[in-house]
Ligand binder design. Structure first.
Ligand SMILES: Nc1ncnc2c1ncn2[C@@H]1O[C@H](COP(=O)(O)OP(=O)(O)O)[C@@H](O)[C@H]1O
Ligand SMILES: [Mg+2]
Length: 362
């Protein structure tokens, strides 16, 4: 066998492509700490998110690529790690220092499961090892405290509010601070001022992802909000019926207007899953979310069944993503969370590859 060299190993690893970023792992600078001892090779693959949907595949493909290109190689030890890439938004540094990415969860109307998705997205990303925050900006119906099972008032550090940690997520809700009954009178300009202040008055610390539960709808208040907060992207939640899909389209238009990329569509209450017999009943003609995503040219992130345990877990403050009693449902939301994380990585990589826009503006 030829002498093993770092160059030879890297050449072999060029055969391994990240299916989301469409480039090889060497070009992407994922390979770190490469070491050769005799015939043995060890290195680390540093992914752009701990919630990478193809983490295990990349590991296996790397070992195979080395064995194929370098017959006679001894032990191949691959460690997997991650460092979440960040969205360089001009405003982010001042409003949310320390927060790498902000993900808004939105819907064209209420009751479609927006808060359920926001909560489970946050908990699932946290379980994958990311540092996650969850902020409830739904001043019409702040339901994150109930769904996360968080009670009490946030503490203070200096003049900053401290999020309350639960299920591995740092939680802050407008519901911790204001009487939800009063909040109904809020108007657009008031909301944007209050929310901006609220966002920058929270001591988030270092976060990979901050998930935001926006108020439902696409009116002035929502528009003002998405202009006020520096957003990496938005997840649009819909149910499969036509009327709801029309609302999803409105949400997509709102984000387009303010240049916030839609990371994808989640279809909630896709079909009814019977807890007794496992029968799948397609009450609303499932598949509408996937079609809408296709028409909008955005990714379809996944579908969540209408399932009693999901409602119950929300009511008792144990999100399904953290509920070990419902592993199949937890797995569904975990996959959606990984798809969202992959979309964030894709957007950040695309921006890093094409920074020209900001520079030309100066
Ligand atoms: N997939 C689902 N299966 C069962 N119940 C659900 C599902 N998604 C949401 N729910 C329930 O429906 C109600 C509305 O969901 P919620 O997340 O509060 O919607 P939104 O935030 O859009 O108003 C809640 O009681 C929630 O527990
Ligand atoms: Mg809600």
């Amino acid at each position: 066998m030829k002498q093993l060299t770092e160059a030879g190993v890297l050449e072999a690893l060029r055969a391994v492509k990240d299916p989301d970023l469409h480039r090889d792992i060497v070009a992407l600078n994922f390979v770190k700490d490469l070491a050769i001892r005799g015939n043995d090779v060890s290195f680390t693959i540093e992914l752009t998110t701990p919630a990478c949907p193809v983490r295990d595949e990349l590991k296996d493909a790397s070992v195979q690529a080395i064995r194929a290109a370098l017959p006679g190689v001894g032990e191949v030890a691959v460690a997997m790690t991650s460092k979440v890439t960040q969205h360089d938004h001009a405003q982010r540094g001042s409003v949310l220092p320390g927060v790498k990415n902000t993900i808004a969860v939105a819907s064209g109307k209420g009751g479609v499961g927006k808060s359920t998705v926001a909560v489970n997205l946050a908990v699932a990303l946290g379980r994958d090892g990311a540092k996650v925050g969850l902020v409830d900006l739904d001043m019409y119906g702040p339901s994150i405290p109930l769904m996360m099972g968080v009670t009490g008032r946030p503490g203070m550090s200096g003049n900053k509010l401290l999020p309350i940690e639960k299920w591995g997520v740092r939680v802050m809700s407008i519901g911790f601070l204001v009487d939800p009954m009063q909040a109904v009178v809020w108007r657009g300009p008031m909301v944007s001022g209050a929310v901006k202040q609220f966002m920058s008055d929270v001591e988030w610390g270092e976060l990979d992802y901050l998930v935001m539960d926006l108020p439902p709808g696409t009116g002035d208040i929502q528009l003002t909000l998405v202009q006020t907060i520096p957003l990496t992207g938005a997840v649009v939640v819909t149910t499969p019926q036509d009327i709801s899909l029309a609302d999803a389209l409105k949400a997509w238009k709102m984000f387009e207007k303010v240049n916030v990329p839609v990371l994808g569509v989640v279809e909630n209450m896709s079909y009814y899953l019977c807890a007794q017999c496992g029968h799948r009943e397609e009450i609303f003609d499932t598949g509408g979310g996937r079609r809408t995503a296709g028409e909008l040219g955005v990714p379809f992130l996944g579908e969540i069944p209408l399932y009693t345990a999901i409602r119950v877990s929300g009511d008792k403050g144990t999100p399904i993503a953290a509920d070990d009693a419902a592993p199949a449902q937890a797995d569904i939301v975990r996959k959606i969370a990984r798809n969202v994380a992959a979309q964030v990585s894709i957007r950040n990589a695309a921006r890093a590859a094409a920074p020209a826009v900001d520079i030309q503006l100066m």
